[in-house]
Design a binder for this molecule. Structure first.
Ligand code: CP
Length: 308
């Protein structure tokens, strides 16, 4: 089955073979970007961002521009007719009259799925509330594959806000489909992964995992340490956020106990959870990860538009 015309709403929308095709295409783009610079000439990408973003929106826009296409959209809904009360269904039906593909970020879980039901063009979920963020996962997997040369046989530490962190939910869903991966989930009790990830993904998939509260106790076991920000915007009260926001701060002292080949990833933005001193550690890959995000989104756009 071709990826042309499909939506990407959840990490499991594509088969492992389809994911491999995307990563192989991303490799080709990285190796020879010039040969892709006109592939999307005449095509338009719409970015519909109902929530703030730096990496996801700019990397999608840069991806389309680097493919020779053009970009329209809004970075906050107040500048569109959403502010007048227009529904997601009507917005996407209108956008489909003007654009060939749409990327949507929305604070409401499931909003991009609703959009996809009314869209005659591919819709990409660029993050829906505290639910999923499948294109961040594409960036994460391409990074891991490039550095570790495999997506199998890994022990992945997920640290921070595992409850509201949509990147974590998507990452566990995706890496759980590869062979022999184990998860070490490091969080305060209040910020543990939601029940559906625990029951429908980890337990149902019989994936090896453990839940702990102290990063120091497990850092030496990890192949990958995926740090996350405590998601202030998803908390119901500020007191809880203030109490939990600095639960984990990765610094050089903690990195001394990590394996020499462990890599540190973070979807960014960071607040305090990775000290700036760690940026100089050769195991810190989070800015490369952001760059891989653009290349993998170029590959995704090409595949969904069917213009290889
Ligand atoms: N990783 C990520 O989604 O970053 P932005 O919120 O800046 O898009």
């Amino acid at each position: 089955m071709t990826l042309k015309g499909r939506h990407l709403l959840d990490p499991s929308d594509f088969s492992l073979e389809e994911l491999s095709e995307i990563f192989e295409l991303a490799d080709s783009i990285i190796n020879d970007p010039a040969s892709f610079s006109e592939k999307c000439k005449g095509k338009i990408l719409a970015t519909l961002f109902y929530e703030p973003s730096t990496r996801t929106r700019f990397s999608f826009e840069a991806a389309m521009l680097r493919l020779g296409g053009q970009v329209i959209g809004f970075s906050e809904p107040s500048s569109s007719s959403v502010a007048k009360g227009e529904s997601i269904a009507d917005t996407i039906r209108t956008i489909a009259c003007y654009a060939d593909i749409a990327v949507m970020r929305n604070p409401k879980e499931g909003a991009p799925r609703i959009a996809s039901m009314y869209a005659s063009i591919p819709v990409i979920n660029a993050g829906d509330g505290g639910h999923q963020h499948p294109t961040q996962t594409l960036a994460d997997l391409l990074t891991i594959r490039s550095v570790k040369h495999s997506l199998d046989n890994l022990t992945i530490g997920c640290c921070g806000d595992l409850k509201f962190g949509r990147t974590i939910h998507s990452l566990i869903k995706a890496l759980g489909r590869y062979k022999n991966n184990a998860f070490v989930l490091v969080s305060p009790k209040e910020l543990q992964v939601p029940e559906y990830i625990l029951n429908e993904v980890l337990n149902k998939g019989q994936l090896p995992f453990k839940q702990v509260e102290k990063l120091e106790e497990v850092i030496s076991e990890l192949d990958i340490l995926y740090m996350t920000r405590v998601q202030k915007e998803r908390f119901f009260n500020e007191e809880d956020y203030i109490r939990l926001k600095d639960s984990y701060i990765l610094d050089n002292e903690k990195m001394k106990h990590a394996r020499p080949d462990m890599i540190v990833l973070h979807p960014l933005p960071r607040v305090n959870e990775i000290a700036y001193e760690v940026d100089d550690d050769p195991r810190a890959f989070y800015f490369q990860q952001a760059k891989f995000g653009m290349f993998v989104r170029m590959a995704l756009i090409l595949k969904l538009l069917g213009v290889e």
